[in-house]
Structure formats: C-alpha cells, structure tokens
Design a protein around this ligand. Structure first.
Ligand code: ADP
Ligand code: MG
Length: 598
C-alpha cells in the first residue's frame, strides 16, 4: 500500500459488479439457473411447468422455463430484475412463516447480470391485462415492450456466464451439467406431485410428470414401476410435524443415500440429520453400509425451519432437530414393522438369478459367501449332525410367545435344498425360499438381544474354558469384558494373556467343543470392519452368527419346520441381523408367468 497517496484505496463497487458477485452465490452453474426459474414458477402457483434445455456439444446454450402461473404486470416485470425486489416478503419477520421457495429477490437480478434474459409474461387472472416482453443482457435493459402473450411467464436464459469467464471456465462437461440439472429437478418434481412437469433436452422429452395427489406416480415416472412395488407407505404425525411418503423394503437398498429424497414444507432439501434418522429407523434390517430408498415429505410449523442459511436454500437449519429426527426414525420403524417385507420376486430380478439368465446381479443382491457347498448334491442328514442341530433348535425354542403383528403367515415346509434353503408354502399359496442360516441367525439375534430375564440367559460351564490370546488381542478382550458380561459371557483375566471362561449365553446351547467359543472371541477381538455399532450390539450379532445353524448343515424336514415356526415369532423375520434377506417369495402368479401360463 502506498502511504501518503491521496487516491482513495477503498471504493464502493458499482451496482453491476455487485450483481455479478451476488450472482456467483446464487447461480453457480446452469442447474442453479434452472432451479431458481422453476422455483419462481412454483411460487407463482403454476399447475404445469415446462423446462427446455438446449446444448451444444460442449455447453448448455440456453434454458427456458415456461409456466401457467400468476404472471406479472408490465411494471412488476421490470421490477422483478431489480436486486432484492421480491413480492414474497415484506420484512424479516415474514421469514418465520415463509411458504414460498424464493424470498431473497436475488435470482432474476443475478441471472440477468451474467447472461441474456428474455422474459414474456402476462397476468393470468385478467384477460384484458397487457403482456410484456423484456430483454436484459448483462444487467442492462435492452428492450421492454408490450406484446401479446399467454397468461403466465416464460423466461429464456442464453449466453450464460458470457461476461464472467472464470465462472464459465469452471463449468464441467456438458453431460455433467445436464446431470446436475436432472438430479436437481428430480428433487423438485418429487416434492411437488401436484404440478405437471416436462423436461426436454435438445427437443427430446426426458421426464414428464402428471398432476397427481400422490408422489407415487411421480416416483414411478422417474424411477420406474419396479421401484414402486418395493415401497411401503410411511405416515406419522405428532405435535411438531406430519410425515408422509414411501420407503423401500429392505430388499431394495443402495450403497449411497442418493435415493433418499426429503422435502420439508414442499421444499426439497438435503439434511444429513434426517437421512441418518431414516437409516436408523431400519435398525438391523439393513447392513450398516447400505442405504434405503426413501421419499419423505415433512410438514412442520414454518417457524421450525430456517431456510435462510444458504443462498440456494438447499441446506436448511431445523430447530428442535432431536425431536424431529426421533419422529422420523419412529415413523420409519412403524412403517417397516407394519408391513410385509418379503422381497417381491417380480421387483427384484436379482433375487431369481437362475430365471433371469444372462443378466448380471444388481448390487442389492449381495449373495452370501458359502464355503464348499454343492447344492447339486443330494445329502441325507447324518445322525450326529441331526442331534447337534436339534440341540441348537432347542435353545431357540425359547422364542415362543405371541406372534408379532405384521409378521409372517403360517408356513408349511415342503422341502430343503442344498443344505441351505428351506422351501415352504403359505396358506395363500405362495412359495417361500428361506435361507436357513440367515433365518436362524435372526432368531438367535432377537433372543440374545432380549433385555428381559437377564439371569436366565447365562449358563455356567461345567468345566471352565481357558483361552490364550496374543498380547494385542488380550488388550482388546480385556476392554470388552464388561460388554461381554452384559451379553452373558463371564470371562476373567487369568494371568498373562490368558482368560478363563466360566459362563456363556444360554442361546449358544451346550458347549460341545470349545471351537465355537474360540471363534466368537476371535470375531470379537478382530478389528471392526465397516460396521459402526456399539460393542454389545456387535457381540450380539457375532453370537447370533456363530451360534446359528450353518449353511450346508442338512436338516430334517421337522427341523426345517421348527426353523420356520421360530422365525415367525421374531419381530423382524425378513432380514438377518446384517440386513441380508432371510427369504424370497414366489407367488403362483409369478411362477405362472415364468412358465408362460398367463
Ligand atoms: P424471489 O423469488 O426471491 O422473490 P426472484 O428474483 O426470483 O426473487 O423474483 C423476483 C420477483 O419476480 C418474485 O418475487 C416474483 O414476484 C416475480 N417473479 C419471478 N418469476 C416469476 C414467475 N415465473 N411468475 C410470476 N412472477 C414471477
Ligand atoms: Mg425466486
């Protein structure tokens, strides 16, 4: 800095520069332009909105949004481009009750500062009112004339970022920008089922939605009817909020949360807290690293949501977040416990790989890895095997109690396949294929996790078992002793790197040989992979997995029936504690279809 100079260093920026800077916040990329224009159309009460995008090989060249909403008078049309000109709020207190998408009055001014905008508009409620055409380039009004126009508004944006080369250069490839537009619009379409949308790119129509009272139609339009078949409805209402929407059965899951759509008061938002609450609602129905598909709409008092924390309003601040996330989690849990969660074979071609030959397994069908099992070989149960299985099943017979609501219908076992799968039918004539290990794992898990009658769950070992561990494992095990004790393992340190086991959970049955115990302790002390659950939960799952009848154990028909009967008594019969399915279903109609009997 030059001292002593009389030229002022600080100056007030001219309005054009201010607008360009502001534009950087609101219109980052072509998708933000589309978002602002579509939100304006929604705010104008449009029943149908058309979005037309044109592109060259490298760039998005123009965006036009046309609505049949309220339209604007000639004077309003010009005012709309003035920074901080808005019809939606008068003062700051209005923000507490805001129901419109926009309110900052920045979008049109910002867009016009960095592009060439052509606006056609005419008030919709007045046949005699004049239409207006305004052309603005780089913030300067080039044309403002009365014209005939249909009621509503159409905004055409061309030459985007022509005068902000840095921002223009920042644009990714045409396809990336198109993908952003598409993704952003999906959220808006889903949050506004009562509006008919059409999106076209270079003249071809990509998405068309109809006016509909329910978002299910929109979901089907965007994601296909197969997804809809795998959804169950969610409803919840409390003093703070009302929740509606649809979520996937556990059989439909994804490796990311890109298909979790949340709308709050009609605004599509991203909320990590609510996303987590949804995931939490699934509990053990989904593996820790999988996410459901969900379309949720939350209606709350407007005072609870602060939308003015981010220029594009995608992130919102929610007050009383703990209560709201709890309500969401409860609603999800209720929705899942009240419904039939058996994966529907028609919606999951992956669940019938042998039938849809040639297709690769989609990601949601992550098969179990079985060791050395040859399903083709017909095996007979062996005597020692049968008595061992009987013992295991006797332990889980404890599960007897009332059949929980929303559970499995009575099942009749008709056979067994490959030492892995139990074949059963329901009264309604469906064929179920049950994974015996996964099913028994679920039964054991629920038993082991029961918080009641703790003392009954522990059995003293007649001969205590001595375990030797490496120093590293010993350190981990020593830390886990209290959690293990809570789960029924009474283990004491017994000198250096040695432990004595005096009691184990009843559900593990009579300890025939100590390898089961060795396995469990190895699992417990091995580093956690992926799953972030507390120690007790982890131990419960390990006990369930290790204690369950193994895949590959050939069971008698009577034993298969016991597994099926016990499974009926569980609260979540449809998945194992790791979230994999315990069964798939074929209805007679499905089978008829496969045999082309229809
Ligand atoms: P905001 O939406 O935050 O109010 P905008 O710059 O997006 O600010 O729009 C300014 C004003 O222009 C709006 O408040 C509204 O009155 C008017 N307007 C913009 N787009 C439309 C439209 N499609 N139909 C009717 N009025 C519109
Ligand atoms: Mg706006």
């Amino acid at each position: 800095m030059k001292h002593g100079s009389t030229t002022p260093v600080i100056r007030v920026l001219d309005q054009a520069t201010v607008n360009k800077i502001a534009a950087g916040e609101v219109v980052e990329r072509p998708a933000s332009v589309v978002k602002e224009l579509v939100e304006n159309a929604i705010d104008a009460g449009a029943r149908s909105i058309r979005i037309e995008v044109l592109s060259s090989r490298t760039d998005i060249t123009s965006v036009r949004v046309t609505d049949d909403g309220a339209g604007m008078s000639p004077s309003d049309a010009l005012l709309a481009f003035t920074p901080h000109a808005t019809s939606k709020i008068v003062g700051i207190t209005d923000l507490d009750t805001i129901r419109t998408m926009g309110f900052r009055g920045e979008a049109l001014a910002s867009i016009a500062a960095v592009s060439r905008v052509t606006l056609f508009t005419r008030p919709n409620n007045d046949d005699l009112a004049a239409g207006t055409r305004i052309v603005i380039a780089g913030g300067d009004v080039i044309e403002n004339v009365p014209v005939g126009a249909p009621g509503g508004t159409s905004v055409l944006v061309e030459d985007l970022f022509y005068n902000t080369p840095a921002r223009k250069k920042f644009q990714k490839t045409r396809n990336t920008e198109l993908a952003h537009i598409h993704d952003m619009l999906e959220g808006i379409f889903l949050a506004n089922p009562k509006i008919a949308f059409r999106l076209s790119v270079n003249g071809s129509e990509l998405v068309v939605t109809d006016k509909s009272p329910s978002s299910l139609d929109t979901i089907a339009r965007i994601f296909g009817t197969a997804v809809v078949r795998d959804l169950v409805p969610v409803t919840g209402s409390g003093s703070l909020l009302k929740i509606t929407g649809h979520i996937s059965r556990p059989s439909l899951s994804r490796k990311d949360h890109a298909r979790i759509f949340i709308a709050i008061n009609g605004r599509y938002v991203s909320s990590p807290a609510i996303t987590n609450a949804i995931k939490e609602g699934y509990g053990t129905l989904l593996p820790k690293d999988r996410f459901p598909v969900a379309f949720l709409s939350l209606e709350t008092g407007t005072g609870l949501v602060d939308v003015n924390v981010h220029p594009t309003k995608k992130l919102v601040r929610i007050s009383r977040e703990p209560e709201i996330t709890r309500a969401v989690c409860d609603a999800i849990r209720d929705a899942l416990s009240g419904h039939d969660l058996i994966p529907d074979i028609r919606s999951g071609p992956a669940l019938a790989p042998a039938i849809t030959t040639g297709t690769s397994l989609p990601e949601q069908s992550r098969p179990y890895i079985y060791s050395s099992i040859q399903p083709g070989i017909v095996s007979e149960p062996t005597h020692t095997g049968t008595t061992a299985t009987d013992r295991q099943l006797r332990q889980t017979e404890l599960a007897a109690g009332p059949v929980p609501a929303g559970s499995l219908p009575p099942l009749r076992v008709i056979g067994e396949f490959g030492g892995i799968y139990i074949l059963a039918t329901t009264e309604t004539g469906e064929l179920l294929v049950i994974d015996q290990h996964a099913a028994h794992e679920r039964i054991l898990y629920e038993l082991a996790g029961r918080k009641d009658g703790k003392e009954k769950r522990v059995q003293e070992l007649i001969a205590p078992v001595i375990l030797h561990r490496t120093p590293r494992e010993s350190a981990i095990l020593a830390d886990l002793l209290p959690a293990l004790a809570e789960e029924g393992f009474h283990i004491e340190e017994f000198g250096r790197d040695t432990f004595v086991v005096r009691a184990i959970p009843v559900v593990l049955g009579k300890l025939e040989d100590t390898s089961l115990l060795e396995d469990i302790i190895s699992d417990v002390t091995s580093p956690e992979r992926g799953q972030r659950v507390d120690n007790r939960e982890r131990i419960t799952r390990i006990v369930a997995c290790r204690g369950a009848i193994k895949a590959g154990t050939v069971c008698t028909q009577e034993q298969c029936q016991r597994v099926a009967d016990q499974l009926r008594l569980t609260k979540n019969p449809f998945t194992c504690p790791h979230g994999r399915p315990t069964m798939v279903r074929f209805s007679k109609v499905d089978l008829d279809g496969m045999f082309k009997r229809t």
